[in-house]
Structures are given as C-alpha cells and as structure tokens.
Design a protein around this ligand. Structure first.
Ligand code: NAD
Ligand code: MG
Length: 401
C-alpha cells in the first residue's frame, strides 16, 4: 500500500537524499508533508517537484512568502511556525516521518510523531540524546517504530537479529564497534588545529553533509553524540561500545557476538542506502547507489581514535553517565559550532565551551518532561553563550590555554 511520508528538514542534506530515493518509487511512496525552516527557494522547487499535500516553513515570514509563490498551486496547503509542525506530523496521511531537522529544534515534532505511533526514520540524533529516556518512552507509549538513518546505527541494525517490532535482539552481543572516519583533521595534533577555518573543517573527506554535522565530524563531537545514540537505540552502556577510526568510510559499523563472530555492513558513503533500508524495512528497495567495488576501494584500515587531539569524544563518554549530561553537551555544542561557523571562536574552543558548560550545569536527576528538557537545553545555551562572551571580550585569545 502507498505510504505517506513527512520529510522534516526537507531542504537539507538528509531531506534531499530522502526525496531522491522516494522519487524512484512513486508507486510505493507519496510525499505528504515537506518541512524546512526558511530556505524558500529550495522549498518552492521541492514543492513543484514533489507536490506535497502540506508544506511548512518554521519561520513565519518565509511561510507567507511561500504561500504567495505557490498561490497557483491550490492543492498545496502552506503552514508556518513550530506549533503547526507539531500538529502536521500526526496527520492521518502521514505513515512515515523522516526526522531530518538539524539540532534540538527537531525534538518536539519527533516526540509528537512517536506518541502518535508513526514509523520514525531518525537522522536527528540531537533530539534522541537530549531527551533520552523521555524519547524512548514516547516510542513505547505510542507503539511507534524507530529505525536509525544514521549510517553507523543503520549498519548496526542491519547486522543485528531484529524482532518483528523493529527492536534488536541483543542477547548474544558482546560489543558494538562504532566506526568513525576521523574527519578532515585525522592525524593532526591539537596545536595545528587551532587556526583551522570553517571551510577546512566542513571539507569532509568522504561524506557530503550539512555544515553543523560536518563540524561535529571534524571535532569528533558527532561520534560522541553517536555513542549516546547507540546506547539508547541498542540499550548499551558506553563501555559496551568501542569507537574505531576507519578512514575509508566503507565499513559503517560492526557487531561483535559472544561466539567470536563479527558482522559488518559495507557500502558506499551515500545516505541513500540507509534511507532506502529504513523506508522499505523489512524489505529492500533500490536506492540509486552504485554497487561498491571492493577491488577499486583498496585497503580498509582501522585505528584507535586520538582523544587528546579531539577531546569531544571523551567529554561525551563522561556526559552520558551524568543525568541530563548529553542534553547539556548537545546544546553547548550547537552554540559553540554556530559561533565557530561565524568565526567568533577558534576550532579548539568548541570542546572547551562544552566542557565548561558541562561542569557548571551538573544535574541531580534526568529531566523527566519535555518542558524540563527544554529548560535544561535553554540553560545550557545561555551558559555556553556567556562562556563565549567572556572569552571574546578578552582579546587575549590564548587565555583559554
Ligand atoms: P542540513 O543543515 O543540511 O539540513 C537541516 C534541515 O533542517 C534544513 O532543511 C533546515 O531548513 C531544517 N531546519 C532547521 N531548523 C528547523 C526548524 N526549526 N524547523 C523546521 N526545519 C528546520 O542538515 P543535515 O546534514 O541534513 O542533517 C540533519 C540531521 O541529520 C542532523 O541531526 C544530522 O546530525 C543528521 N545526520 C545527517 C547526516 C548527513 O549525511 N547529512 C548523516 C547522519 C545524520
Ligand atoms: Mg553517522
């Protein structure tokens, strides 16, 4: 039967890859909702190509502008604002929600979709790690199916025995081996990273992605977020997951079982593969991705991560064990990455800002409501912003040393 899809973050890297896969299978999928923040030109083009029933812009002015531009397309209803998105994702015409908004902004609509029992394809890892228990409880309470789009977690899902409701059977798992490319600065020492530019940091060797996750890959904060993501998705503690740097990004992660077997999933570094896997699960559909040529791809190598040059991974490991720690980690990271992209701070300040925020905002218990999660996120953002202000008002940047 034809499935209705809601693509949250439609104009982004994940959104576009999803629409590419969907458009290859018009008999299986229909775009019901496209949502983005304020990229109007891109959204107008997507509406003309995919003819959704609903289009939403998070920014109200952009929604007005889109309404004007699409006025001749009377079959597309345009909405504006975050609250409208919360109600559109639970529309009866939506079977599958692709959570492709970047950062904490994706949390509310994803939780609504979970409570409404939708099938959720999760790229927006910041939402899961910030809300943790609350997120997983919403999936259970709504009877939703949660499938990981993130390539590593998708690989884990592909290597694990999966029960009919989509949940993995972890009974005979010894360890999860989470791979990391190491990013554009692999092999460099911390001192040489101080003055790298946003463009250098965004130049990922294997993947083409949005700017925020590209910076996260360069600092290894992305691997920290993914470590927490794997803990929630596969019910593990951080010590049951080992991070392996694999610079070729061909092996997307591995599962080590108690009998000594290790299963891996291999493929091109192209998000259309995990997207197609999740859309069709438990079946398979074509993704438009060329078959991996193992002879041409050459050596596959593995090494341990350098946590001295890239402290974000160790910071995340600590934060996972503190109540609300990953909410604070993720919020401080978002603020720091935005400041780095604006060139107000140095690349090596990102982990310092996360560390300073984590130290000041220790929690006694996990936030247990969406309001409490939002309040903690806001406090962490304010704190990180103040850390940056103090820092930039002090013209001697090396004061941070
Ligand atoms: P991107 O910057 O390319 O796109 C982000 C999208 O989110 C845009 O469409 C933007 O308009 C939308 N958006 C932002 N704020 C919004 C708001 N308040 N309301 C509605 N829409 C909003 O980012 P991306 O690279 O596609 O990443 C999206 C998410 O997927 C991130 O959480 C990232 O970590 C995760 N992810 C991405 C990749 C990848 O290959 N790009 C891989 C794994 C996981
Ligand atoms: Mg990933």
């Amino acid at each position: 039967m034809m499935k209705g899809i809601a693509v949250l973050g439609a104009t982004g890297s994940i959104g576009r890859s999803t629409l590419d896969v969907i458009s290859r299978h018009p008999h299986l999928y229909k775009v019901h909702l496209l949502a983005a923040y304020r990229s109007i030109n891109e959204m107008e083009d997507l509406c003309n190509q995919h003819h959704p029933s609903f289009a939403l812009m998070g920014d109200l002015e952009s929604a007005e502008e889109l309404t004007a531009r699409l006025r001749l397309q009377s079959q597309i209803k345009v909405f504006g604002g975050q609250e409208a998105l919360d109600s559109l994702v639970v529309d009866a015409g939506v079977d599958i929600v692709v959570a492709g908004i970047v950062g904490f902004a994706g949390l509310r609509p994803t939780l609504k979709a979970a409570l409404a029992g939708k099938k959720i394809l999760l790229a927006n890892k910041e939402a899961l790690v910030s809300a943790g228990t609350l997120f997983m409880d919403a999936i259970k309470a709504g009877g939703a199916t949660l499938l990981p789009l993130d390539s590593e977690h998708n690989a884990m899902h592909q290597c694990l025995p999966i029960q009919p409701d989509g949940t993995p059977d972890m009974a005979h798992v010894d360890k999860i081996l989470l791979t990391a490319s190491g990013g554009p600065f692999r092999g460099r020492d911390r001192k040489s990273l101080k003055h790298v530019t946003p463009d250098e940091a965004c130049a990922h060797p294997n993947w083409s992605m949005g700017r925020k996750i590209s910076i996260d890959s360069a600092t290894l904060a992305n691997k920290g977020l993914e470590l927490a993501e794997a803990c929630w998705l596969f019910d593990r503690t951080p010590d049951q997951i080992e991070v392996l740097v694999h610079p070729q990004s061909i092996v997307h992660s591995l599962i080590s079982f108690t009998d000594g077997s290790i299963l891996a999933q291999l493929g091109q570094p192209d998000m259309r593969t995990p997207i197609a896997y999740c859309l069709a699960w438990p079946r398979r559909i074509s993704a438009g991705v060329d078959r991996l040529d193992l002879v041409a791809s050459g050596d596959l190598t593995f090494e341990a991560p350098d946590e001295t040059a890239f402290p974000c991974l160790a910071l995340a490991r600590k934060a996972i064990n503190v109540p609300g720690g990953m909410c604070v980690f993720s919020a401080a990271n978002e603020v720091a990455v935005a400041a780095f992209l604006e060139r107000s701070i140095l690349f090596t300040d990102i982990d310092r800002i996360i560390n300073a925020t984590l130290k000041s905002l220790a929690q006694k218990s996990e936030p247990n409501s969406i309001d409490a999660v939002e309040a903690l996120d806001a406090r962490a953002r304010l704190h990180a912003t103040n850390v940056i202000k103090n820092f930039t008002s002090n013209s001697n940047m090396s004061a941070w040393e």
